[in-house]
Design a protein around this ligand. Structure first.
Ligand SMILES: [Mg+2]
Ligand SMILES: [Zn+2]
Length: 189
């Protein structure tokens, strides 16, 4: 069911391949490129809280450090702030079952399609998931949002084309969009 023109209180955006150009285990803030056209559209959203939810298995794999992940997130925030877009919170899962760093090498409920990080934000901000949307380039991103009752948009940037068939087969209620900018148009027009 494709529903539009609905109240939107918050967005749960994937970071890599969705909000920023996919770079693969991005450690360097200089590698941050915002998805083309997305920032002005985010700026046009009024009263919509913005959360970035990101699986950073590079932490568990020993390929990234927390300061690196935080530096990249801070740079994403800085780039968006030039458009007067404020990120409410960056929600990071550092885990992976096959990780190399012992304390992070485990199954968890926060790695998407797990929903622990979304649930915490919903609770902390008193949000109704039916008035929220999840946007991402992997099937796990839309699966997490949909399982909480959010609307979801699968973008074809990043790993989106590889994941498209799984999204269409497994989550036909997800909308499809070529980019985050178009996904935002779908949700708000
Ligand atoms: Mg992604
Ligand atoms: Zn986790």
């Amino acid at each position: 069911m494709k529903r539009r023109n609905q109240a939107l209180d918050a967005l749960f955006l994937d970071r890599d391949g969705t909000l920023i150009v996919e770079r693969g285990f991005l450690a360097d803030p200089l590698g941050v490129r915002l998805s083309p056209g997305a920032a002005p559209r985010l700026a046009a959203l009024e009263g919509v809280k913005l959360f970035v939810v990101t699986n950073q298995s590079g932490l568990a794999r020993g390929l990234l450090t927390w300061p690196q992940v935080e530096a990249v997130n801070a740079e994403v925030g800085r780039r968006l702030s030039r458009y007067r877009v404020q990120v409410e919170e960056f929600l990071v899962c550092p885990h992976h079952p096959d990780g190399a760093v012992p304390e992070l090498a485990r199954r968890c409920r926060c790695r998407k399609p797990g929903t622990l990080l979304h649930e915490r934000a919903l609770r902390a901000h008193g949000l109704d998931p039916r008035r929220c949307a999840a946007i991402g380039d992997k099937v796990e991103d839309v699966a997490a949002g949909l399982s909480l009752g959010m609307r979801a948009v699968h973008v074809l940037s990043g790993h989106g084309r590889e994941h498209r068939a799984r999204v269409v087969a497994g989550h036909p209620e997800a909308l499809l969009a070529p980019t985050l900018a178009v996904a935002l148009d779908l949700l708000t027009t």
